[in-house]
Design a protein around this ligand. Structure first.
Ligand code: AMP
Ligand code: MN
Ligand code: MN
Ligand code: MN
Length: 300
């Protein structure tokens, strides 16, 4: 059996974040960390921004890493907040740039509203939201960091879970665009839409299947079948979605910061039976990625 690391793709990571959204590394530092992990194909997929792509692209060129310009877009499907990756998008797409600007306005409004909720709970909400609003893309992760930085939570994680997670006292829903419009926009910008981390939406198989069907119908190309932190049952469910709806499998870490042992940069190209790799789609359409397109003995 071939050593998976000798496959043309080597290690692949199609889902990462930098400081341009809620990651801790600059795009250049992220690429250096990916190079140290022998990642051969890397996408930067910051939340609702294209700001880090030029720096990451240049750093990848220097390191000999194939680069996929990407983005992770927040959208709404029924009552759920869903994340769609746009892989190999055109960063100069005016429609995508306009969407990111609109997402930024939505995020600012939401973070300010969450600051008011925090104030109502007796916390310094204005100071907390002000800190979060300094970020290029203000997220709940920044509010969680602010709670920790001001000594109001033992860790950002604890602050998030106590106040900011869906259903908690300071949670405010965001007026995200509909899933189908986001998928169309990614396609319009030349990209491949990938349904991110399907196991994290708290949806059972039936609604998840309905989501995947609508996603595919709207132009969806892939689903994450291998994400760091995904257990065997979740992976099996994602693989079923991929097969049933003809979606390619995508792989990534959802890396935000170093030092999380179960979320290192880079995944080996590992595909469930009878699932096509999104890297094959990237190779076909964009000349990125290459080689093994199907799960088989050699590449599992
Ligand atoms: P937002 O996009 O503003 O809703 O913020 C969501 C971000 O918070 C995600 O992209 C994650 O990076 C982070 N996050 C989500 N869930 C948690 C959690 N349970 N604990 C800590 N951070 C989280
Ligand atoms: Mn994030
Ligand atoms: Mn996500
Ligand atoms: Mn992500």
């Amino acid at each position: 059996m071939a050593d998976p690391q000798t496959l043309p793709e080597g290690r692949v990571d199609l889902h990462t974040h930098s400081r341009c959204s809620d990651g801790s590394l600059t795009p250049g530092e992220l690429v250096a960390a990916a190079a140290a992990r022998q990642v051969g194909l890397l996408a930067l997929t910051d939340h609702d921004t294209l700001a880090g792509l030029a720096e990451a692209q240049a750093a990848c060129e220097r390191q000999g890493i194939r680069f996929v310009p990407g983005v992770e877009l927040s959208c709404r499907w029924r009552d759920s907040e869903i994340h769609v990756l746009g892989l190999a998008i055109d960063p100069t797409s005016a429609a995508l740039q306009a969407l990111c600007a609109a997402q930024h306005r939505r995020r600012c409004t939401r973070v300010a509203a969450m600051g008011e909720r925090l104030s109502a709970l007796g916390l310094p909400g204005a100071a907390l939201s002000e800190r979060a609003l300094c970020a290029g893309v203000p997220t709940r992760a920044h509010l969680a960091e602010a709670l920790h930085a001001l000594g109001l939570a033992a860790s950002a994680q604890q602050g998030f879970e106590r106040y900011l997670a869906a259903g908690r006292d300071a949670y405010v829903a965001c007026d995200w665009p509909a899933l189908t419009s986001i998928v169309s926009l990614v396609v319009h910008a030349g990209g491949l839409p990938v349904l991110a981390h399907p196991h994290r939406y708290g949806l059972g198989m039936r609604p998840l299947s309905e989501l995947a069907a609508e996603f595919r119908q709207a132009g969806g190309a892939g689903v994450e079948t291998s994400v760091a932190g995904m257990g065997p049952a979740d992976a099996a469910q994602a693989a079923r979605l991929a097969r049933r709806f003809g979606l390619a499998g995508s792989m990534g870490s959802d890396f935000h910061q170093p030092g999380i042992p179960w979320r290192p940069l880079g995944r080996l190209v590992k595909l469930p039976e009878a699932v096509t790799s999104i890297t094959a789609r990237l190779a076909e359409a964009h000349g990125l990625g290459s080689g093994a397109s199907r799960g088989g003995a050699a590449d599992r």
